[in-house]
Design a protein around this ligand. Structure first.
Ligand code: NAP
Length: 281
């Protein structure tokens, strides 16, 4: 069997078209969705991520404000700036690009963002709402993974999903979203003794580790849906995920590529969250 590729670029285009329509509707009513993106320091990868987010806003009718500060910015100054953005009615979403310089406490920063503007969905309040099954802003990457899984048309009820990775930003919210969709969920991590024993039983595998070659063909049940969140580089410096794509696609039923799978969906769901926040304002 050769797996069907789940095209994150194509799905993103569809969802982004809806975002643009909703943003235009809001703008016509005098409430153009606004996203503030804050970058502290000069990490080149973070600068690229931030630029891509700002560009995506501009292309879909959202207003974006990009603020870049030197790595020497004090924590108190950053928190003060966030508080001003919290009070700014033209800003509906606030995103502080991680990682932050060591002298700034990231959790303090996240908790300072107003809940209604927490478009990354990383605050304790947003995480709690997800856990309790209450409405709220969901973390973009796992939510994007859910959209990719939904696009296969496979009903999740009664299916076994294995999530590899338990970070607060990807693995844990991913497991909760799958649980909410009535899958039976197993979460694996670096302390899981026999990862393959779990993944071989899975109808859905989400790999969110950050280590290439984590999921090989012998670890996958025939016909499974495989979602690859990982971002790594191979020996040739080429972008790759956690999944051995070429071999796993011969076993799986559906698979996301890297690049072109989860990556584009992350920015797309950030746009969706910003529009949702503006609609709720
Ligand atoms: P993270 O915070 O480093 O978490 C990695 C997780 O993988 C941890 O829970 C860790 O377990 C687990 N792990 C490590 N080695 C393992 C092993 N051998 N077997 C099983 N589990 C293992 O990373 P993250 O932020 O969740 O991101 C994961 C990957 O996704 C990274 O490559 C990141 O760049 C990528 N990512 C991509 C997007 C996108 O838009 N495409 C967005 C976010 C992240 P412990 O908890 O036990 O340490």
């Amino acid at each position: 069997m050769t797996a069907k590729t789940i095209d994150g670029v194509a799905l993103s285009k569809l969802i982004r078209a809806e975002v643009a329509t909703r943003a235009a509707g809001l703008a016509a009513r005098g409430r153009q969705p606004g996203l503030a993106v804050i970058l502290v320091g000069d990490d080149p990868a973070s600068a690229v991520y931030v630029r891509n987010k700002v560009k995506a806003c501009e292309e879909h009718g959202l207003r974006s404000v990009m603020e870049v500060y030197p790595a020497s910015l004090g924590e108190a100054e950053l928190l003060a700036r966030i508080k001003l953005l919290n009070a700014d009615a033209s800003i509906h979403g606030i995103l502080v690009q991680m990682p932050l310089p060591k002298h700034i406490d990231p959790q303090k920063v996240i908790e300072t963002i107003a809940t209604a503007k927490d478009v990354d969905g990383f605050s304790v309040h947003s995480a709690g709402a997800l856990m309790a099954g209450l409405p709220g802003l969901r973390p973009a990457t796992p939510w994007g993974c859910m959209k990719l899984i939904e696009s296969t048309g496979v009903a999740l009820k009664g299916k076994h999903a294995v999530v590899i990775g338990r970070s607060n930003t990807v693995g844990k919210p991913m497991a909760l979203l799958l649980l909410q969709a009535h899958a039976t969920v197993t979460v694996c991590h670096s302390g899981t003794p026999d990862l393959a024993q779990h993944t071989r039983q899975a109808d859905i595998v989400v790999a969110a580790v950050g280590r290439r070659g984590t999921l090989t063909a012998d670890m996958v049940k025939p016909g499974a849906i495989v979602i690859d969140v990982g971002i790594n580089r191979n020996e040739a410096g080429k972008l790759c995920g956690d999944v051995d794509f070429e071999a796993v696609r011969e076993v799986a039923g559906w698979i996301t590529p890297v690049p072109g799978g989860v990556g584009p969906m992350t920015i797309t769901m950030l746009l969706v969250n910003t529009v949702q926040a503006a609609e709720a304002a």
